[in-house]
Structures are given as structure tokens and as C-alpha cells.
Design a protein around this ligand. Structure first.
Ligand code: FES
Ligand code: FES
Length: 122
């Protein structure tokens, strides 16, 4: 039911952890299952310089978080804000329909982290 890419990112997730001196933090929960994702970012020259995630959730949630971090490194904040759950699922070769809601968390956490960064900039 999962593509090879999903299984790869689930079994070998990229960019796991937390940036200690993060410029922006996004901590979100999934209303459906109660799982959570925390994303921390470093920003330089309006670009995502570094990003790490911590996800307490199912395989699909971990795979989408991992994929998302690889996609957005180097992007401008504006570009990163365009990346949504559908874009991440597409990069993974698709997700089972009943798991699409698990992919919301990563994009939502990233957008929250970017908003947090902007707020701190004033
Ligand atoms: Fe919770 Fe998928 S079951 S994120
Ligand atoms: Fe629980 Fe996706 S949020 S199955």
C-alpha cells in the first residue's frame, strides 16, 4: 500500500531532531489522531538554511515530514509557504487516501515555523 519512497523515508528519515537555536518553531497536533510534529528552522537571507523535525506519529506522518525537509532546504520562505501536503505526497509517489490527513501535519508545522520566524523579526 505504500510506495518505495514512502518506505525509504519512513525507515531512514532525513533531518530528524531539533535545532537548538532555531529561528522559527512550528509545533502542531493532528486533530484526527492526536499525533504531533515539531519543526525547527534556521533562516538566512530569506532562505531555509536548515530544518529538522520531530514527529510522534504513524509511518506516513514520518515519511512526509522527512520528505518535506529535503524539499524545502534552500527554498525562499515564499517558496516554502507554497509547499503543501499534496506537493509532499506527490514527491513520495502518492499516499493511500486514508493516510492523506497524516501528511497535513508536516506542511502545517513548516508554515507555523515560518510565521513564528516572521513574528520574531517584527
Ligand atoms: Fe497520526 Fe497518521 S495516524 S499522523
Ligand atoms: Fe491518524 Fe492519519 S491522522 S491516520
Amino acid at each position: 500500500m505504500y510506495t518505495e519512497k514512502v518506505i525509504d523515508h519512513f525507515t531512514n528519515p532525513r533531518n530528524v531532531g531539533e535545532i537548538p537555536d532555531a529561528d522559527g518553531i512550528g509545533d502542531v497536533g493532528n486533530a484526527v489522531c492526536g499525533d504531533t510534529t515539531k519543526i525547527t528552522i534556521k533562516v538566512e537571507d530569506n532562505r531555509i538554511k536548515d530544518i529538522k523535525f520531530k514527529t510522534f506519529g504513524c509511518g506516513a506522518a514520518i515519511a512526509t515530514s522527512s520528505m518535506l525537509t529535503e524539499m524545502v532546504i534552500g527554498m525562499t520562505l515564499e517558496e516554502a509557504l507554497q509547499v503543501d501536503d499534496v506537493a509532499v505526497a506527490d514527491m513520495l509517489g502518492g499516499l493511500p487516501e486514508q493516510k492523506m490527513h497524516c501528511s497535513n501535519m508536516a506542511a502545517h508545522a513548516l508554515h507555523t515555523a515560518i510565521e513564528d520566524y516572521k513574528k520574531k523579526q517584527g
